[in-house]
Design a protein around this ligand. Sequence first.
Ligand code: NI
Length: 196
Amino acid sequence: MSRTAIAPTVLPIVRLGHPALRKPARALAQAEIRTPNIQALIDDMVATMVDSDGIGLAAPQVGEEIQLFIFGVQPTPEEPDPLVPLQIVVNPMIDPESGELVHDWEGCLSIPGLRGLVPRHQALRLRGFDREGKPVDRRLEGFEARVVQHEFDHLNGVIFLDRMRDLQSLSYAEEAEEHLSEYDASTPGPGPGFAG
Ligand code: NI
């Protein structure tokens, strides 16, 4: 059944405990990418990510066990040229560049409220397909590369807690912000993180 005539819907985001977050997602057949159902799902995921102030969202987070994620910011009149423009990637593959891993704060829309320091590759090559089925092949670094590693993990049943070296930095952002003055250089204070 086609859903294309319907305006995008904000979908419920599943939280840790939902089995879709712990299973490898299946690849989409090339012919499936442009079907109305997948196109509508992409539109719904964009609406869902915007609604929840996320910077990334993977299909398993809305209960769809397929290899599809979105990340970035949709241009608006106030922000016509966002630092990380909205991108849609189907059947992604990533090749990290070698080098030291970099720790920074992450959060996850499926684990609301928690933040932690996560080591990630600083740069990577991202390949896959866009929403029209055209090849994507890009080199990403820094924050953008971090978000992509987080979303890519979601397609393999991996969450950011699995990637943390230790759980000392794990905090409820709201709680930790009330105690900022008690943090010093030896105990990493809570960062803003991101939700993806
Ligand atoms: Ni996440």
